[in-house]
Design a protein around this ligand. Sequence first.
Ligand code: SF4
Length: 423
Amino acid sequence: MSLIAAPILRERGQREVFCGLTSIVWLHRKMPDAFFLVVGSRTCAHLLQSAAGVMIFAEPRFGTCILEEGDLAGLKDANEELDREVARLLARRPDIRQLFLVGSCPSEVIKLDLAKAAERLDGSNPDVRVLNYSGSGIETTFTEGEDACLAAMVPGLERTERRQLLVAGALPDAVEDEMRRLLGGLGIEPVVLPGGRAGAHPAVGPGTAFALAQPFLAETHDALVRRGARHLPAPFPFGEEGTTLWLRAVAEAFGVDEALFDAVTAAPRARARRAVAQAAEALRGRRVFLFPDSQLEIPLGRFLVRECGMEAVEIASPYVHRGIHGPDLDLIPEGPVLAEGQDVDAQLARARGARADLTVCGLGLANPLEAEGLTTKWAIELVFSPVHFYEQAGDLAGLFSRPLRRRAALRGLHPNVRLEAAE
Ligand code: SF4
């Protein structure tokens, strides 16, 4: 029996994750003429500056329109101030062609209607597309920021009747190139959302079949379906198996010949298998506990169990969407607890009880757990690192084995020696 039929432990307590503003850090790289204007507090500005510290030295591609105490008390017209700030920004930066007004906890608390503001500003700036979405910590976990951003773009995409493959999700350039190479070998030229500069985003319509490159795009999935596109469910392209099954779902939808599929995938598959086998040596037989954080947990759990030989104690994700995560769940053998959402104290108690060999969690939980002798991996690193498709499969396994190797090295042991056996 697979995990797809297993009951889900649903938790709705306190959670320990970054907010959706964090996704601006990788989204801005995919849209070079976009600017992300966070309508928030000084806390939001600090979060962005520390999360994206290096950007301070580059031409800034995001900023914060600070809501002061007066705004929060409703004493000033925040809309007027926002219009003034946007006018100042666009006058100073004529290169901006896409402007995202990003909501935050403070803008939500004062009920600032950013959808209306975006509509108004879009109408009064013909050269700039103005959209809005929420990155508020009240509503979103950190990868949901990308989902909200892409979903906000979908209604404005041109319509097409063309039969085409659309791939949704922001991927690092090198990874996107590999995906295009693989699909190109199969005779498929995909369009990608986000498509880069304004005007380069894909069109969508009833002839569009779409594949998700990221497992956290539930809202984008629904928005594309509303535009008449058809989802191609598949495991996510992490590891050799996930990549092959993701490509196979696309190949089947587009009638690609089996012999061509094998010819295109055989060599990179073999390379990926070799790389994973080598990097996963330190993982085999070890137990892993995944806290809900990046929403990558279900496909990564599948990768760790099936390709790296780990035993999963718990696989928790902020959200479980059967339509999106089903193909990965289907491959995970029964055994681990499957949890959705978080009640951090209860979950910490389970993690402490399990004392898995590796605990994958957010930054805030990692240090205290390390101090208690657990070996941890920061979930956020998995979102910032290139981890999709064949050529990254070995590196992906390496991201999990590195903390085990580091701890073993600190104790002067061979990395493949089980720590508890040595203690
Ligand atoms: S949006 Fe909310 S959680 Fe995120 S930095 Fe601003 S105040 Fe903090």
